[in-house]
Design a binder for this molecule. Structure first.
Ligand code: AMP
Ligand code: MG
Length: 353
């Protein structure tokens, strides 16, 4: 699909839902069009999940490989049975605790879900977002909205509408600008189709939180390493992802070693006329000599780091940075999701100093 569609951008506040606009947006999706909208995780690119042509349009607009399945978004628990063939009792418990919210469950799909939506798989990914604009839109659109992150494939997921527009203007009928998102990283994905629940993508809902509801939860072995020799069970996780245009490397080690190494590297790059960038923390950012220095916040504030990360990766593109060095973060709790995204964005390039 070329840049042929006229894109309307509308502003909406989660506290003041504009019914007329929601109806208009819902009608676009019902009639096979695409609407980008805010969720609490990142912005989504929505189409009718039960219409194979809508899913094909989503893949085309994103430039996404069509074997990378889409998450189906629902607004009400009652909508779930139509999508799935089997309902393990874990679903009810997880939904009770985490829905609406940033948790996606993988379940056996029913015949109503087209293979175009699931990338050819017999399973379907389902989530109920918490954002009110998202839920009102899903209802207005008929109840089932396939919505991957609203970025061109491979780029960092958009956490503000400006970046949706940068990637998708001319490719979607409407963008609903609902301001900054709350969480900033995509949902946790948990696969409930095998004996034990398995986390396929870490997110704001951590393994520890899931284990409070489910006895035992495993983690897909490919999440934090690229050389495990196995294909990831969430097909999308095998693709290069979240990447800024500049070349990103993670530098890990004691703080003094990290700042010294990064500064030496920046000097070296500057001599080669490269524009340099650093992702640091409030504790360290003043120590760096890069052209563009960005702090993700305090090192201990995982929630804020999660919220800042993708926006900062995008800002390096705005600033035309060639080479980026990032500090490494704790990988426990939400840090697991942060490091999973950062490692992917860096193509797993890590230097230990
Ligand atoms: P995004 O839509 O950009 O948030 O990415 C959705 C992620 O969910 C991708 O990594 C997909 O591979 C994963 N996913 C969606 N459906 C399934 C499924 N049925 N089985 C496993 N992973 C899935
Ligand atoms: Mg995505």
């Amino acid at each position: 699909m070329g840049s042929t569609v006229e894109t309307i951008t509308v502003r909406m506040d989660e506290g003041h839902i504009d019914r007329g606009l929601i109806r208009e947006a819902g009608d676009i999706i019902r009639s096979g069009g695409l609407v980008a909208f805010p969720t609490e995780t990142v912005y989504g690119l929505g189409g009718n999940a039960l219409n194979p042509l809508s899913s094909e349009k989503i893949y085309a607009a994103k430039g996404r490989p069509s074997d990378n399945p889409l998450i189906v978004h629902i607004a009400d628990r009652e909508a779930l049975p139509l999508l799935v063939d089997e309902m393990p009792d874990t679903v009810g418990r997880l939904a009770e605790r985490f829905w609406p919210g940033p948790l996606t469950m993988i379940l056996k799909k029913s015949d109503r879900v087209p293979y175009e939506t699931t990338g050819g798989l017999d399973t379907v990914a389902v989530r109920m977002p918490a954002n009110r604009i998202a839920r009102e839109l899903i209802r207005a659109a008929g109840g089932y909205v396939a919505a991957p992150s609203a970025n061109r494939s491979g780029r960092p997921s958009p956490t503000v509408a400006r970046y949706v527009s940068e990637d998708l203007a001319g490719r979607v009928e409407m963008i609903i600008d609902g301001g900054d998102v709350l969480i900033g990283l995509e949902s946790t994905i948990v696969d409930l189709t095998s004996d034990k629940p398995v986390i396929l993508r870490p997110g704001y809902i951590t393994r520890q939180m899931l284990e409070e509801v489910l006895a035992e939860v495993e983690e897909d072995s490919t999440l934090m390493r690229e050389d495990s020799g196995q294909a990831p069970r969430a097909p999308g996780m095998k693709y290069r992802h979240y990447a800024p245009q500049g070349d990103l490397t993670i530098i890990s080690g004691m703080e003094e070693n990290v700042t010294a190494y990064i500064n030496a590297k920046c000097m070296e790059q500057k001599r080669m006329h490269k524009r340099t960038g650093v992702i640091g923390t409030d504790e360290t950012i003043g120590k760096y000599c890069a052209d563009v220095c960005r702090s993700v916040g305090c090192r201990d504030d995982e929630v804020r780091i999660a919220r800042e990360l993708f926006r900062i990766l995008r800002e390096f593109d705005d600033e035309c940075v060639d080479v980026i060095y990032a500090e490494s973060f704790s990988d426990s709790g939400i840090g697991r999701a942060i490091m999973n995204r950062l490692l992917k964005a860096a193509g797993h390039k890590v230097v230990n100093v």
